[in-house]
Design a protein around this ligand. Sequence first.
Ligand code: SAJ
Length: 439
Amino acid sequence: MNLDAKDILLQRIAGRTAKIGVIGLGYVGLPLATIFAEAGFSVVGVDIDERKVRQLNEGTSYVEDIETARVAPLVAQGLLRATTDFAALDACDAVSICVPTPLRKTRDPDISYILSAAGAIAEHLHPGMLVVLESTTYPGTTTEVILPTLQHEDTSLEVGKDFFLCFSPERVDPGRKDYTTANTPKVMGGTTLACLEVGRALYSTVIETLVAVSSTEAAEMAKLLENTFRAVNIGLANEVLLICDKLGLDAWEVIEAAATKPFGFMKFVPGPGLGGHCIPIDPQYLSWKLKALNYTARFIELASEINTSMPDYWVHKVQDALNEQGKAVKGSRVLVLGVAYKKDVSDLRESPALDILMLLQDKGARVIYHDPHVPQFRHDGLAMTSAANLDAALAEADCVVIATDHAEYDWPAIHEKAGLLVDTRATHLQLQRSVASES
Ligand code: SAJ
């Protein structure tokens, strides 16, 4: 009985003899490559960054969620290796694409990384190969972009028969300990039913819960909904701040009170704006796709408008606070506490703290920053180093802006030492909590 490509691949998956390729060895790709290797598969990671490739082949992890102690033995046993050479895909039975999907300067989707990965796979596509796209992208990318790249006119290979194509969005939240790649439910859609069957067979060897949906588009949309939900609700929380300002109310007090409702409410809080490489970006992929279909995703646009206006709102608060003391922003010494996009991370991508810092500089303030996670940075031609002595920086500042509420800051001490404070993260609540817990 001659086995078809699907049966052969399913057998290799069941026997753990399938060879796995992972394109993109970042905070998504390295954990995925690691759990496949830990399951006994031979895994090759392909990345354009020679430094990552070298470190991994030395048995060293450069991703905070994966300890070197997990990677080293896998590399030593030959189960996990890395290369910059896409020819390694020739030997692969399955390839997962885990490359970035950023925005261009024009705020349009940049799927160039996905395109080059798909183009590289097309050169090495062979019967019995599974391709899974994990990068967050607009609905239709797998069908309209990846599929035609793989099933191009010069190939006789047919999707669902000779090769298999799925979309399964990554749900990695860097630094999170409770949810990992293995125990976070994973949505998956196949181009055909056979594709879904093969994709599920492979991923269920390493992921506890797979959630099958009817198409790759449904899977692409589910991921965008997850992160658009956050962006819109953060936008609402920021608008609540603007509203409470007009009403003379403390937005955080109001939100804390609403959050005591045990059902039908989910707490989001105002802040300096929307940072990170997921939440500000993903909804724009959806909005862009809908514009092409002559539809305006108004919630997304409005949330983006409010979220991107927050740095300006906070700079006006600094202006008002200094004004109260008869000081102009121009020439005033302003200390920005925390420049990372959220607490306890070192990531600066889309960080609103940087927008606040640069707006203040544009107004002539003498701005310094302190961030225990960011000793120095270079951004948009601006290069700065974190203040060496926090106490001295607090004492010298005419105004202190709390932009990122890292847990390691001693907030009672900072509130005591700061003369003038503009707090975008309501750390005064953390003071109240710490006082309450001491009593
Ligand atoms: N933010 C607020 N108010 C809030 C929550 C967040 O202003 O109530 C700000 C943050 O300071 C940050 C931005 O929004 O600047 C994004 O915050 P985030 O908590 O969504 O953090 P991210 O960008 O790390 O989101 C990731 C996402 N994970 C994935 O895409 C796999 C998101 O889906 C997770 O829900 C989120 O982590 C999480 O819960 O930590």
